[in-house]
Design a protein around this ligand. Structure first.
Ligand SMILES: [Zn+2]
Length: 278
């Protein structure tokens, strides 16, 4: 899927989506939507503050959507533009949890707070990118002209009432985070130790800590481990796409390809999914 196809949806939006959680946090910024920023700009952000303590309970109750959210291009409106919204307090919260969890193993980020900040940003981005990739899958189905003209809207509406579909979706988005390697391998130099020898780089593998953080989230979200070994076909099946249908036979490889492509951070350089920091 390319930006022109997505722009078509942006010009012909479906009726407004009313996901409650997203709207709850959208309202305060409705009149001052910030400009999108690039992934590289995101790496330069400075979030000095600690998260409000009240956020802990909210995350346990509502999951990651309280920290970041995705507005689909199907439901784009000029005052509610599509893309990924990262909340500063959300990044601060994830970072705080990561520093706590890794701290139990003796890791200290007093002078290198940018390392857990980057990891926190990537966790939130990857979860929301998976929501984006799921929208692209349904958009592809709609474009096939095989009678699935409202596939995405139907999926969203079903998800609102069907707890299993909702839980599967969030677990699938967290599984996509859990399956990453590269973003979660960072440099790490313990403080107050002699400088490393030339050509010696210490790494820190965050994957275990990232999983531990996600296990503290509510039902669905914390069930990601059930989905990490899934094939793309199994992922689509869990989202209600009947991949076994003969009519899908020819298009399935392309759909799966798009699901993978749009779920990874590298999509941000080829198709700029708008990211806004709020
Ligand atoms: Zn989510």
């Amino acid at each position: 899927m390319d930006i022109d196809t997505i722009n078509w949806w942006v010009d012909h939006p479906t009726r407004d989506d009313s996901e409650e959680i997203e709207n709850r946090f959208f309202d305060p910024i409705r009149n001052r939507i910030p400009e999108p920023i690039t992934y590289n700009q995101l790496r330069q952000i400075n979030i000095p503050e600690d998260p409000p303590a009240t956020l802990d309970d909210l995350v346990e109750e509502f999951g990651i959507e309280i920290l970041a959210y995705y507005i689909p291009f199907h439901f784009h409106r000029p005052d509610r533009p599509w893309g990924i919204y990262l909340r500063r307090v959300g990044i601060a919260h994830v970072r705080h949890r990561l520093v706590q969890i890794a701290g139990r193993d003796g890791y200290n980020f007093q002078n290198t707070l940018e390392i857990p900040t980057d990891v926190a940003v990537d966790i939130l981005l990857l979860h929301e990118l998976r929501h984006h990739a799921i929208e692209v899958v349904f958009a592809r189905l709609e474009l096939l002209g095989l009678g699935w003209n409202n596939a995405y809207q139907e999926y969203k509406e079903t998800k609102r009432h069907d707890e299993v579909l909702h839980a599967n979706t969030e677990a699938i988005c967290n599984a996509s985070v859990a399956n990453q390697r590269k973003p979660f391998k960072t440099d790490y130099q313990p403080p107050r130790t002699p400088p490393p020898l030339p050509n010696h780089i210490s790494y820190l593998d965050w994957r275990g800590y990232v999983r531990q953080f996600m296990r503290g989230q509510p039902g669905g979200y914390h069930d990601f481990a059930q989905f990490t070994g899934f094939t793309s076909e199994q992922v689509l099946q869990s989202l209600g796409v009947r991949v076994e249908q003969q009519v899908l036979h020819i298009d399935l490889p392309q759909i799966i390809n798009e699901l993978k492509k749009h779920s990874s951070l590298s999509i941000l350089s080829s198709l700029p999914v708008p990211i806004r920091l709020v």
